[in-house]
Design a binder for this molecule. Structure first.
Ligand SMILES: *Cc1c(COP(=O)(O)O)cnc(C)c1O
Length: 501
């Protein structure tokens, strides 16, 4: 095993100064050229603000400030990031290069489609690839994130039932292990979420499922492998039960990293699903940056896809390439996003899939599953685990012990930061006490998995021998533990010159 570098003796880096404390009156960071266009008068003074107190800084002040801030953050480019359900894989830099090609980066959404055929060909190709990966028949790239894809899918299910004269179908069945976006999506779409329990193995309780399947069921929303990290043992039966009741099956595709090239959701019987391009298909995410959550449908739901989608509007021949254009599916639920979706993310996903190829994608999944199981087995005797079974690309353990009272999952997570590791997902899924959801991803080497295992085993020892070390962690970050209630209730995201009261 590689040696651990415990940094607990280092002083945490300071958070200060804020950008407003940098610079000096009159200092400037840019030299603007003389204007080569006619100058215009400023608007009426009453329309202008004079109290905007902007920092006056040099270019170097700005560069140092933001580079320093970036170094205070943990990122997948700086270390292991096993944040379960989020698929924080390393994002190859070639994807960034592709997204910055002027032909992609500088196109305008209102340009005549004939002038941006390359961009449209890329979108069309991505739609085709995503359809092939899932076995679905068509894809819309409109939604801006996974939750947005869920929203599209549920609206499509709703539209389908209304078109079939069954508007009374308003129940969406959701397992209690689900991601919070699933019930939230359902109620945003005006439908009712009906929660059903999981059984002792982490699978959907089939008897409970049968009980809620009646003539009012619109469909079921389920994650595969589920958010407990396990592949539903009875997925085919679940699909059958819901279909028999006249409902449709929605797959939350956030965990596609455990399925690429191995299973196709359409073949399991799903009718509609979303992908998180920013998770599975490699775009830097977290911190609220742009995402993309394409939605895919089988023949039944395809007419309801959000539009526009890209299609061939004029067939080509040997000498002329096909002409691509935007079309609206016949019974489309309509557009869900300004213009055409988050195009830059599509370029990254396209580059990623192109670089991997079909075999590469299958390897991604095989390694993601291998890494997760390797770590799971190594931690098994030390950390309580609710389900002792083969996992997908992530697994859940419990961060507490009977003989170490006072230690919680949160303490373990905070202590991991002292070891230079990002914490796993805490307290999700909600049904596992003191849950730690661990997802190493395929991009981590055996050495970094070993390093994580060693840190986790060390922390388990510390929890029993020196619990204070965990309670006081993290020791090496500029901010230790925040008041989470205040952070949620009095969130301040605005950088202003404030008096420090
Ligand atoms: C991440 C995630 C979502 C939501 O996706 P976003 O892209 O963050 O909106 C939904 N379900 C599961 C299981 C997830 O992990």
């Amino acid at each position: 095993m590689t040696e651990l570098h415990i940094q607990t003796n280092d002083a945490p880096p300071p958070l200060e100064p804020l950008i407003y404390e940098l610079g000096a009156p009159g200092r400037v960071g840019v030299n603007l050229p003389e204007p080569d266009v006619p100058t215009a008068d400023l608007p009426d003074a009453a329309l202008l603000r004079d109290e905007v107190d902007l920092p006056e800084v040099s270019e170097q002040d700005v560069v140092r400030h933001f580079v320093r801030l970036s170094q205070l953050n943990h990122a997948v480019d700086t270390g292991f990031y096993p944040l379960g359900s989020c698929t924080m894989k390393y994002n190859p830099k070639i994807n960034e290069d592709m997204a910055r090609l002027p032909g992609f980066a500088l196109v305008h959404p209102l340009q005549d489609p004939e002038t941006v055929q390359g961009a449209l060909a890329l979108m069309y190709g991505l739609q085709q690839w995503l359809a092939e990966i899932s076995g679905m028949s068509a894809v819309s790239l409109q939604p801006a994130a996974g939750a947005h894809g869920e929203f599209s899918g549920i609206l499509m299910i709703r539209a389908y039932h209304i078109a079939n004269g069954e508007p009374h179908r308003t129940k969406i069945i959701i397992p209690d292990s689900a991601h919070g976006t699933n019930p939230a999506t359902t109620s945003m779409a005006g439908l009712q979420a009906v929660e059903i329990p999981s059984d002792a193995n982490g699978d959907v309780d089939l008897d409970e499922l049968r009980k809620v399947c009646d003539e009012n069921v619109a469909g079921m929303m389920i994650t595969v492998p589920n958010t407990l990290g396990v592949f539903e043992a009875h997925i085919k039966e679940i699909v059958e039960i819901v279909h028999e009741a006249g409902g449709l099956m929605y797959m939350d595709g956030a965990n596609m990293n455990a399925m690429l090239g191995v299973i196709k959701p359409a073949e399991l019987g799903f009718d509609v699903m979303h992908y998180n391009l920013h998770k599975t298909f490699s775009t830097p995410h977290g911190g609220g940056g742009p995402g993309s959550g394409p939605v895919a449908a089988n023949d039944k739901l395809r007419p309801f896809l959000p539009g526009p989608i890209v299609d061939v509007v004029e067939q080509g021949d040997e000498d002329t390439p096909p002409l691509y254009g935007f079309v609206h599916p016949p019974q489309s639920i309509g557009p869900l996003k300004a213009f055409w979706g988050n195009f830059g993310i599509m370029v990254r996903a396209y580059a990623y899939i192109a670089a991997q190829g079909a075999d590469g994608l299958r390897e991604v999944t095989r390694h993601a599953v291998l890494n997760a199981n390797y770590i799971r087995v190594a931690l098994k005797g030390t950390y309580p685990m609710p389900f002792d079974r083969f996992c997908g690309h992530e697994f859940v353990c419990e961060g507490h012990w009977k003989d170490a009272p006072g230690i919680h999952a949160l303490d373990i997570s905070k202590r991991l930061m002292d070891y230079g590791i990002h914490p796993p997902t805490n307290y999700f899924p909600l049904i596992v006490p003191e849950a730690l959801l661990i997802e190493p991803t395929e991009t981590e080497s055996k050495e970094s998995c070993d390093n994580f295992i060693e840190a986790m085993l060390k922390i388990a020892e510390e929890a029993h021998e020196n619990p204070e070390l965990l309670h006081e962690a993290p020791h090496v970050t500029p901010v230790g533990r925040v008041d989470e209630v205040r952070a949620a209730k009095q969130l301040n995201l605005c950088c202003r010159p404030v008096s420090h009261e």
